[in-house]
Each structure stands twice: as C-alpha cells, then as structure tokens.
Ligand binder design. Structure first.
Ligand SMILES: Cc1cc2nc3c(=O)[nH]c(=O)nc-3n(C[C@H](O)[C@H](O)[C@H](O)COP(=O)(O)O)c2cc1C
Length: 217
C-alpha cells in the first residue's frame, strides 16, 4: 500500500472509532437520563399513593420522609428489610404504611402499600407494582376499579378469620370474573400485614416514636 492510501485507511479507522465512542456515549447518557426520569416518576406515584392512604388532613408530618426500617418478615412476603412510612399528629403515630409483597400473584410478586391505623384497622391499600394480566388481574389497581378500596376500615375482627378470603374460598372479598388468583394473593397479603402488625404492635409503635425523637429511622 502506498503512503497516501495508508493515511486514508488510518483516517477512516479513526473516524469510525470516534463515531462509535460518540454513539456509545449518547446511548449511555440517554439511558441514564431515562432511568432517572423513571425513578422520579415512580417516586412521585408512590408519594401520591401514600397520601391517598393517609390523607394530609389526618396528619401534620411529611410521611413520605418519616420512615422506619422493618426487619425481614415472612408475613410481609419479603426476605429483605423493608421501609414503612409513619403518619403522625402532634408527634404521635397515627398510622404506619407497610410495603409488603404478595408473592403469589398470577405473574409473581405484587408490591403493595398497606396502611394500618394505630388501632389496628386498615387505613387503605394500594398497589405499587405488579405484572398481572391487563383486563383480568389488573382490577387491583385503584384507577381501574374500587376493589382495593374495600379494605379501608377492615381489621382482624372485621371480618373474622374466615372472612379474610375471597368469596370463592368462603370469605367476604369479591374475586374478579375469571380471575381469582390475583385477588386471593392480595387479600392474603393484607391479612398477613394485619397479623404482623398485631404481633409486633408495641415494638413498631415504640420504634415509630423513637424515629420521631431522632428524626431518623
Ligand atoms: C393468559 C391468561 C392470563 C391470566 N391472567 C390472570 C391474572 O392476571 N389473574 C388471575 O387471577 N387469573 C388469571 N388468569 C386465570 C387463571 O388462570 C385462573 O383460571 C383464574 O385465576 C381462576 O379463577 P376462576 O376460578 O375464577 O376461574 C389468566 C388466565 C390466562 C389463560
């Protein structure tokens, strides 16, 4: 190869490398920006759901920042520690919103927010994340139906142990047409969260009070 030809080959190769580097950089930057935006949106949606469960009128703290750490517990469907949010008024806990997982959805984990008032009644339940089938299992979403709102005000006594199941299993909660697995999983997870709260009530409330004092979890 003659000198001018070699030069041309080298220039072309360098140009290719430069384009590749710029291309990879652009893709990486877009990916990181998108991930950031998704995380921000998810966080905003979570905050909205927390205040749907415990409305701002009931509390005088920012429950989105008032958190306690919950040790891994099979009743909460997790084998890792989780975060719970504390709503309080005049410093006293009013409700704790747990973040349990229903592990037995039709398509795997259903991530929930379950708010429990200090008297052991349900403040509200919302779904954070799931992969249930659109049109069948996604009826658990508050924007798709009122089904999830039926938990508000329920407790371990209301209904009784037997009632904490879908109607198909002799309980009091509706199943969906052609879809019993999803609502069964959610009813079980909410019931288990109430059982967890009852078994750990003193410890949890003491922890929530300490969190207020230290301003930390
Ligand atoms: C493609 C497909 C997707 C399904 N998705 C769900 C679902 O998301 N949630 C659910 O409970 N059942 C779902 N089902 C139905 C379950 O397989 C099962 O039949 C049903 O939950 C049992 O309820 P049933 O006794 O009321 O029929 C799906 C079925 C098929 C074929």
């Amino acid at each position: 190869m003659r000198r001018p030809e070699i030069r041309q080959v080298v220039v072309t190769a360098l140009l290719l490398v430069a384009f590749a580097v710029v291309g990879v950089g652009l893709v990486a930057a877009t990916q990181s920006l998108t991930a950031e935006r998704i995380e921000k949106n998810e966080k905003r949606a979570l905050m909205r759901k927390l205040t749907q469960i415990v409305p701002e009128a009931r509390i005088d703290n920012d429950l989105t920042r008032d958190t306690i750490r919950i040790e891994a517990a099979s009743r909460l469907g997790t084998d890792a520690p989780s975060t719970a949010y504390v709503g309080r008024r005049d410093g006293e806990p009013v409700a704790i919103i747990f973040t349990p997982v229903a592990p037995d959805g039709y398509n795997g984990n259903i991530h929930l927010l379950v708010g429990v008032n200090v008297d052991g009644s349900i403040a509200g339940v919302r779904v954070v994340k799931h992969r249930e089938t659109p049109g069948l299992g996604d009826v658990i979403e508050a924007r798709k139906s009122d089904w999830i709102r039926a938990f508000a005000g329920k407790s371990l006594d209301n209904p009784d142990e037997k009632g904490w199941a879908v109607k198909r299993d002799g309980g009091e909660f509706d199943q969906f047409t052609g879809a019993t697995i999803t609502p069964r999983a959610v009813v079980n997870a909410v019931h288990n969260t109430l059982l967890y709260f009852e078994a750990n009530r003193q410890r949890l409330l003491a922890k929530a009070e300490r969190a207020q004092e230290s301003g930390d979890e």
